[in-house]
Structure formats: structure tokens, C-alpha cells
Write a protein that binds this ligand. Structure first.
Ligand code: MRU
Length: 357
């Protein structure tokens, strides 16, 4: 297997540049988008240059560094620096609504700011960079632990269905759902993968297939609506997906279409696993009903590669996520262990063990 792929989120400390592999262009082009300002970083998150809940969180850490540098150029006054930077951090936290890792990451930087507000702004900039780099390194370690914990749930010879991309590209490296697959393979098991194409943004076809092929992990692409047939044919032994936000009771928001996979898995008695770090769990929400569901531009559905596929005046639904009820989830795989129902208590237990609180 290749070394952990981490090259998609890079911070150049000399140039003060965030360099993001443009995930919109994969698999045909490996190009980077350079962000030197907070606005550019927010736009990269909104326009899906970088996507996937933990990757958005790590990117937000570096975006906060860019924000701190910008504010430092505007003022040396500590109080004005703090209030201006707080406002910019708020703006950053609003870039996309569903993945809670974004506000989780911004809150970490906010804590650094509040704990050190008596220090000179230049010092705070250094501390921001340290924290962003820590979050990046920490996310890779967390994904590796998720992989080791979840790998033991898979059996030698299993074929795993995954939806969207919860891989290295969606994290700082290694992945959550794909981390579980990598973890099982590292344990000596033969695992193959069926990747849903994941309309409309095609994260499965473009990104999951790209990174699994790169690691020589056998992958077969299927269109989203083949899921029921493939399960009926006995081709799928379990489903493993990532998450954008998990409520305290285990209800899980993930890429649109995940809920349908979970219902089908239940029908065919196939285990349905969610793999996610504790930073994706939002303890402030008792259940999934309050998770904000992002609606994205209609053109993502009505057009393919810039070409319309429907009459120009047709109405479009483009919900980017759906919520899978906890009762459909066989286990939630985290860095501290495999959580089983009832999730209210297993999640509460996980936070007593977690490194991230
Ligand atoms: O819209 P996206 O591509 O950001 O959605 C990504 C997902 O839904 C992933 O499955 C989720 O963020 C988990 S990534 C480890």
C-alpha cells in the first residue's frame, strides 16, 4: 500500500499560502488552488475545492491563520485585533452549514485567541499556526485509529459498499470509511469495494475510485440506484460510510443518498457502519432533526460538466445531505473504539475517553 496521502492540504509557512488540491478537477487533473487570504479559503470550502468534514475542519484551521495574518496587517492594537479576528472567525464558521468539524475547528482557534488575548498579536499568529498544524497531524492519527478499530469489524473476503468519499481526500489523510477499509487490509484481510458514484457531485466516481486505485485496492463503480440490486445479488457484506454531523443519540448526517443505503442494508440484514472522529459528534443536538441540511446550487443537478441535461426552467432539489436514524446504524466507529446502540450512552462514554473534548 502507498504511504498515507496527505498532499492535498499543504501550508507553505514561508509564503503564508494554503495550497489545496482542487478536488473538482480529479481524477483528470491534479492542480492546486492557492489561498493567500481568508476570503479565498472560504471560497475554496464553499466551492468544493476541498470537501469532506474533517478536511474542511483542517482547512479551516489554516484559513484562521490567514485571517490572523490579515488582521495583524490591519492593526497592532491587541483589543482591536481580538475583536476583528473574532468576527472573521465567525464568518469562516459559516462557510458550509452541515459538517460540524468546521465550527469545531474554528472553536479550537477561538479558544487559543481567548486564552492568549494578552499576548501581542504576532505571538497569537504563531500560536494559530501551531494549532492548525497540530490539528492536521492529529487528524491523520485519529483516522489511523478509526481504521484499526473498524478494520476488525470486516471479514477476510468482504466486499464493502461506500457512499461519497470519506477517504484521505476528505480528511487530513487515511480517511474514515476508507480508513476502515485500509485498516482491515493492514490486518491482512482481502477486501474489495463497491463505490457509489454519488450524484450529483460524483465524489464516489471521481474521488473514491481515484484514491483506492492509487492504493491498488480493488474497487468497482456502480451508479447510486444499483444499490438494491447489488445487495439482492449478495455482492455486499457491509456498508461503511463517513459522517458530517452525528447527534448525541447517534442520528447521522452524511452525503445525500446515505439514508437510502441504510434502509436497504436494513432490508437485506447487512451491517451498516458509520466511521467518524469524535470531532464530528455534536453533543449540543439531542437528535438529528436539528442538523442543518445544506442546499447547493441547482446547476449541480441540472447540468453535467457545464451541459444542461434538463429543460432550463425545471425546478430542482439539491439537498447535499440526509440524516440516517440511529436505529439503522449497526455501529459508529471512532478513534476511541466501536460504539454500539444505545448511542446516547456509548457516545457519552466515548467523550470520557476521547482526546478531543
Ligand atoms: O459535500 P461533501 O463532499 O463535503 O460531503 C462529504 C461527505 O458527505 C462525507 O461522507 C463526510 O464528510 C465524511 S468525510 C470523512
Amino acid at each position: 500500500m502507498n504511504a498515507v496521502f496527505t498532499d492535498h492540504i499543504r501550508f507553505d509557512k514561508e509564503a503564508w499560502q494554503l495550497q489545496l488540491l482542487d478536488q473538482r478537477k480529479l481524477p483528470s487533473h491534479e492542480e492546486y488552488v492557492i489561498c493567500s487570504t481568508l476570503r479565498q479559503a472560504i471560497s475554496a470550502i464553499q466551492n468544493m475545492v476541498v470537501r469532506g468534514a474533517p478536511a474542511i475542519g483542517v482547512t479551516a484551521g489554516f484559513a484562521a491563520v490567514l485571517a490572523a495574518r490579515e488582521v495583524l496587517a490591519e492593526t497592532q492594537d491587541s483589543q482591536l485585533f481580538t475583536t476583528t479576528l473574532e468576527n472573521r472567525l465567525h464568518e469562516l464558521s459559516q462557510a458550509r452549514p452541515t459538517a460540524v468539524n468546521l465550527s469545531w475547528a474554528v472553536n479550537r482557534l477561538r479558544r487559543v485567541l481567548r486564552q492568549h488575548q494578552d499576548e501581542p498579536p504576532k505571538k497569537i499568529l504563531e500560536l494559530f499556526l501551531d494549532e492548525a498544524l497540530n490539528m492536521q497531524a492529529e487528524d491523520i492519527r485519529i483516522c489511523q485509529s478509526i481504521g484499526a478499530n473498524g478494520g476488525s469489524l470486516l471479514n477476510d473476503g468482504d466486499c464493502v459498499l461506500t457512499h461519497c468519499n470519506a477517504g484521505a481526500l476528505a480528511t487530513a489523510g487515511f480517511g474514515t470509511a476508507l480508513g476502515v477499509i485500509r485498516g482491515a487490509i493492514a490486518q491482512g484481510k482481502k477486501i474489495s469495494v463497491i463505490a457509489d458514484e454519488t450524484r450529483p457531485f460524483l465524489q464516489g466516481a471521481r474521488l473514491t475510485c481515484w484514491e483506492l486505485a492509487r492504493d491498488q485496492i480493488p474497487v468497482t463503480l456502480a451508479c447510486d440506484n444499483a444499490c438494491a440490486l447489488l445487495m439482492q445479488q449478495g455482492r455486499i457484506q457491509c456498508v461503511v460510510v463517513g459522517a458530517d454531523r452525528i447527534a448525541a443519540n447517534g442520528d447521522t448526517a452524511n452525503k445525500i443518498g446515505t439514508f437510502g443505503c441504510a434502509l436497504l442494508a436494513k432490508h437485506f440484514s447487512i451491517p451498516f457502519y458509520v466511521a467518524a472522529p469524535l470531532s464530528t459528534i455534536d453533543l449540543s443536538l439531542t437528535d438529528g432533526s436539528a442538523i442543518p441540511i445544506e442546499e447547493r446550487p441547482a446547476e449541480e443537478v441540472s447540468h453535467i460538466f457545464g451541459q444542461p441535461i434538463t429543460p432550463s426552467d425545471v425546478a430542482v432539489f439539491n439537498y447535499a445531505f440526509d440524516v440516517t436514524k440511529a436505529e439503522l446504524i449497526s455501529a459508529i466507529i471512532t478513534e476511541v473504539g466501536v460504539l454500539r446502540p444505545p448511542y446516547a450512552s456509548s457516545i457519552a462514554w466515548a467523550f470520557t475517553k476521547g482526546l478531543l473534548q
